[in-house]
Design a protein around this ligand. Structure first.
Ligand SMILES: Cc1cc2nc3c(=O)[nH]c(=O)nc-3n(C[C@H](O)[C@H](O)[C@H](O)COP(=O)(O)OP(=O)(O)OC[C@H]3O[C@@H](n4cnc5c(N)ncnc54)[C@H](O)[C@@H]3O)c2cc1C
Length: 477
């Protein structure tokens, strides 16, 4: 590892000298971390163990003023900026070689206004931070299904979790954001203030500035909920997925569920005889009264004699953490893509099962996300997120351990992605972006009719593309 501070610059080569760097460090209430510092390796590490990048500087911000100072420093010296919220982007865009990382992970404060059912969370908070604070009042903001994920990247890219069908995407529940723009201004965006920008950040990613605080509308959820988590045998996976399709046709909005194809791990939670065998996991949360949830989710549990049934009534905050241990930070290598499909018809089911059988890693899964409900009742042009008409999203999750298996796992994932295209309109969920290899096409296709409006916003708010290590919308100015 180099001890030198080398910079990748944006457009031209203007590198800050040591005095500039010292002055910048002196402005921060937080810390400026450099390659020679003892905590540099910890600060550059992200969730995906495949990512090994060496930023020039990491500004670990403690206050919105630090974010302003960092944006100004980067702009004045033409530095490439990477922005870190929870560090869970699958492509690892929270860090970049020779860049200035503007790291919000120290800014995690969450305050709740139970009377008005609002929460304000700083840009480095995780969903665990938000759930802990809001559940004290029996309230929740729709997040994701893993508590360690950052609220920032997830919300800016849409945000699908256990409440998606009852209350919509995370971005649908935003009331306002505080952000720092490319010219170093602190502004508020909401439906009433900078409304054009607010539209863009609801699904348009980190293209328009750095969000230092998110204000969410909250809903009454829990504190106890019924949660279904039943591993069914996949001896007849076709039948299981057909059953699941039928179940989703009539389930109410309170149910947000998955069917997940995977391999039983050799752990004490599962009977030994099942280790290494394929499973279909039916997982679902009922966002409503517990007894009603028990009744409505019961068919998923009764489908067959399960391998293991871990379902039960539990605190909502706990349900939010059930998947956490499957996705350790830094230890494993990950490559995730996704495809929205038009229907879970028999041809798709055949395809999913055949492709799952070729999966090179026992840790990987193919996830069928049930969509629809509240998230689909928002028009494609109401938010930057775009089309919400697909009834299912197929998440293709490659998870493995050894670097020598990178190529095989990525090749399998991309094969699944390719072979599902005939069943899709070509859109994918931009929060599961692989390594952004095909970013330009992916962004244009998925934003569809909203793309030109996003380009106009980019031209207005970030004409030099200062914020470009993301699902980038290229300005045309
Ligand atoms: C284990 C795991 C589980 C997941 N589960 C779900 C799920 O259930 N539902 C779902 O919808 N998605 C899910 N995702 C995908 C997730 O939404 C994205 O990976 C998202 O980018 C994570 O956000 P982050 O803040 O942790 O990421 P980071 O890596 O910190 O940031 C990602 C990108 O977001 C932008 N960004 C980050 N912070 C800010 C900010 N404050 N202001 C402006 N831009 C910013 C930057 O462009 C940055 O490159 C999951 C991901 C993982 C790894």
């Amino acid at each position: 590892m180099s001890n030198q501070t080398t910079f990748k610059t944006h457009q031209s080569l203007i590198t800050p000298d040591e005095t500039d760097i010292q002055n910048f460090a002196g402005q921060l209430k937080g810390q400026l971390i450099r390659p020679q510092d003892g905590n540099y390796d910890e600060a550059r590490a992200v969730w995906n163990g495949m990512i090994d990048r060496y930023p020039a500087l990491i500004a670990r911000c403690a206050h919105v003023d630090d974010v302003v100072a960092a944006v100004n420093f980067a702009r004045q010296h033409n530095l490439v900026i990477a922005v870190r919220g929870g560090g869970h982007n699958v492509a690892g865009t929270a860090v970049w070689d020779d860049s200035l990382v503007i790291d919000l992970s120290g800014m995690k404060q969450v305050t709740v206004d139970p009377t008005n059912k609002l929460a304000r969370a700083e840009g480095g908070a995780t969903w665990g931070d938000v759930d802990q604070a809001t559940q004290q009042y029996g309230l929740a903001a729709p997040g994701g299904v893993v508590s360690e994920t950052g609220i920032a990247g997830l919300t800016l890219g849409g945000g699908m979790g256990w409440l998606r069908r009852k209350y919509g995407l995370s971005c649908d529940n935003l009331k306002s954001v505080q952000m720092v723009t490319a010219d170093g201004q602190i502004i508020t965006a909401s439906k009433d203030e900078n409304a054009d920008l607010f539209w863009g950040i609801c699904g348009g990613g980190g293209n328009f500035g750095i969000v230092t605080a998110f204000e969410y509308h909250l809903h009454e959820v829990g504190p106890e909920v019924m949660f279904c988590f039943v591993f069914q045998p996949a001896d007849n996976a076709h039948d299981a997925l057909r059953f699941y399709r039928q179940y989703t046709e009539s389930s109410p909005d309170e149910v947000s569920s998955f069917a997940i194809l995977g391999t039983v791990p050799p752990t004490e939670h599962f009977p030994q005889a099942a280790h290494g065998k394929p499973f279909v996991l039916f997982a679902g949360l009922y966002a409503g009264p517990v007894e009603e949830g028990q009744r409505v989710l019961q068919p998923l549990r009764d489908y067959a004699t399960p391998i293991v049934d871990m379902s039960g009534v539990m605190p909502y905050a706990e349900a939010q953490t059930v998947f956490d241990e499957d996705y350790p930070s830094g230890e494993m290598r990950y490559y995730w893509k996704s495809v929205y499909i038009r229907a879970l018809d028999d041809a798709v089911i055949d395809k999913l099962i055949a492709l799952q059988a070729e999966d090179p890693s026992p840790f990987s899964t193919i996830d069928v996300w049930q969509l629809g409900g509240a998230m689909s009742r928002i028009g494609p042009e109401e938010t930057a997120f775009g089309s919400r008409s697909a009834p299912f999203l197929i998440g293709i999750e490659s998870n493995w351990i050894h670097p020598e298996h990178d190529a095989g796992n990525i090749a399998w994932n991309r094969k699944v992605y390719r072979e599902l295209q005939p069943f899709s309109d070509g859109n994918e969920y931009l929060n599961f972006p692989g390594l952004y290899e095909d970013a330009e096409q992916m962004v244009k296709t998925t934003f569809g009719a909203n793309y030109q409006r996003l380009v106009a916003l980019k031209n207005k708010y970030d004409p030099t593309n200062l914020f470009r290590i993301n699902q980038n919308i290229k300005p045309t100015t």
